[in-house]
Design a protein around this ligand. Structure first.
Ligand code: FAD
Ligand code: SF4
Length: 470
């Protein structure tokens, strides 16, 4: 039978779940992938070769037990798969949706060499979504509660990862976030076409039932002080992200019509979720010629949000070539399908306009010698200047760390680029220079990925448990 055929990968090719039709994708803020059917997921997960030394597991930052849960799905054992997948990941259904699998687990799959990698991400999403729909909940029956409580600043993936491990070890996490919903950039950053927000609402309910307390709309440093947290809790974990926008440093960046990526994306989410405080915060690109600068996940999200807002045209200018784009290949392909035009090897040198944006002046670049990270450095082609016409320019050059003014007075050291110093390899993992304070996620490693933030939050929780001798 099919399920006994270990050469399934020869008969059955890789198939991603179906996508919604383009006419829906170009208008609506809904996830573009349909869920796998039971038959599809069994067929796809059965392609796994069950490699003795699974590279996918090593490449996955949280080291998920991938072949084991793929097998459980192919056998129809969803609850066991859910238990196993939650042993290593606090938000598996989120990672399944937003990880750049092509350069993580699926990129390392043995079948990626010519046969098509196993659809690991979509299988991971399927497990949790299906288990929750069938009434599964994390099993907390063996938890022995201690009298310890830990304050967590930030309900993003790092804070959630930390809370998950603490609560499962009987330590009460109280999570403070300045935003009205949990998720950090998962909610107020990543758009709905990659991750629908109901996923985070359900997660808030599940974590609350598990014993995590969320204090939303509460900013540490404004509504409550760090000193109060240090006084009232046994330890503090900081997972506050990075929120300073990088600038291009060229003329015209202050012209009306130029916006940073995140305020554009957040205003869009706020409107869709009903969190909008002032309609003037919304940045509409309807009918506009939009130019997006950058080539990462944030740039792709701006491109595709602009398409859905009915921009007249969307052009993405990136200074390297397509192969060297930092974001997920899947999302670049999706952006192209939805109508985004790419101009690769274009370095912006000026935003031009008289009182408002009229275009972006770019020069063409070619790749030169590799830099210290092994990435080939772009060089300008002489005489290649051109102007891309634009009414709106969205700048997505990434984020820098943004240390809070209260770090210093609480003995929390930062490094030369503003990252919080919280080394992994020391007696208590991810402890900062204040022994009672731990940190992880983007604010420690610089802006990176959801899955690495989850991993650091979970590891830091181990550090906290050791520190508290739980
Ligand atoms: P965050 O998610 O930033 O969460 C930090 C939280 O701390 C926020 O909720 C914030 O409100 C809160 N906070 C900060 N200061 C305070 C304070 N003083 N008091 C109370 N609360 C505070 N990664 C992927 O893997 N895949 C993707 O597809 C992807 N797409 C992205 C798209 C965009 C537009 C952006 C901006 C990022 C994307 N990323 C993606 C990166 C990913 O979202 C981040 O790496 C990840 O969210 C970092 O998690 P974190 O917990 O460290 O911080
Ligand atoms: Fe792959 Fe990310 Fe899931 Fe790990 S967490 S298995 S990298 S999708």
């Amino acid at each position: 039978t099919r399920l006994n055929n270990s050469f399934q990968f020869l008969d059955v090719g890789r198939e991603d779940p179906k996508k919604k039709p383009l006419k829906v994708r170009k208008h609506q803020f809904v996830e573009i992938y349909e869920p796998f059917s039971e038959e599809e997921v069994k067929e796809q997960t059965h392609r796994c070769l069950e490699c003795g030394n699974p590279y996918c597991e090593w490449k996955c930052p949280v080291h998920n037990f991938i072949p084991n849960w793929l097998k459980l799905i192919s056998e129809g054992n969803i609850f066991e798969a859910a238990e196993l997948s939650h042993q290593t990941n606090s938000l598996p259904e989120v990672c399944g949706r937003v990880c750049p699998q092509d350069r993580l687990c699926e990129g390392a799959c043995t079948l990626n060499d010519g046969f098509g990698a196993v659809t690991i991400g979509n299988a991971e999403k399927y497990i949790t979504d299906t288990a929750f729909a069938m009434g599964w909940k994390p099993d907390m029956s063996n938890v022995v509660w201690t009298d310890k409580k830990v304050a967590i600043i930030g309900a993003g993936p790092a804070g959630i990862g930390c809370a998950d491990i603490l609560v499962r070890n009987g330590v009460k996490p109280v999570v403070f976030d300045r935003y009205p919903e949990i998720g950090g950039l998962l909610t107020f950053g990543i758009p709905e076409f990659k991750l629908e927000k109901s996923v985070l609402v359900r997660r808030r309910e599940i974590f609350t039932e598990m014993g995590v307390e969320f204090r939303l709309n509460t900013e540490v440093g404004k509504d409550i002080t760090m000193e109060e947290l240090l006084r009232d809790y046994d330890a503090v974990f900081m997972g506050m992200g990075t929120y300073k926008y990088m600038k291009g440093g060229f003329p015209g960046e202050d012209l009306p019509g130029v916006f940073d990526a995140l305020p554009f994306l957040v205003a869009n989410v706020n409107r869709n979720l009903g969190f909008e405080k002032d309609p003037a915060d919304f940045i509409s690109v309807e009918g506009k010629r939009v130019v997006v600068l950058g080539g990462g996940d944030t740039a792709m999200d701006c491109n595709r949000t602009s398409i859905r807002q009915q921009a007249a045209s969307v052009t993405c200018a990136y200074r390297r070539d397509e192969a060297n784009m930092p974001g997920s290949k899947r999302e670049v392909a999706n952006a192209k399908q939805e109508g985004v035009k790419f101009k690769f090897n274009r370095q912006p040198v000026e935003i031009v306009g008289d009182g408002k944006v009229e275009g972006v002046k770019v020069v063409t670049t070619q790749l030169g010698a590799p830099d210290e990270n092994g990435r080939r450095r772009p060089e300008v082609v002489p005489g290649s200047e051109e102007i891309i016409p634009a009414d709106t320019v969205l700048v997505a050059f990434g984020f820098q760390t943004s240390p809070a003014p209260w770090f210093e007075q609480n003995g929390i050291n930062t490094n030369s680029w503003g990252g919080v110093e919280a080394p992994e390899h020391q007696e208590f993992k991810f402890q900062t220079s204040n022994p009672k304070v731990f940190a992880g996620g983007d604010m420690v490693r610089g802006s990176d990925l959801v899955v690495t933030a989850i991993w650091e939050g979970r590891e830091a929780a181990q550090g906290i448990l050791d520190y508290l001798e739980v």
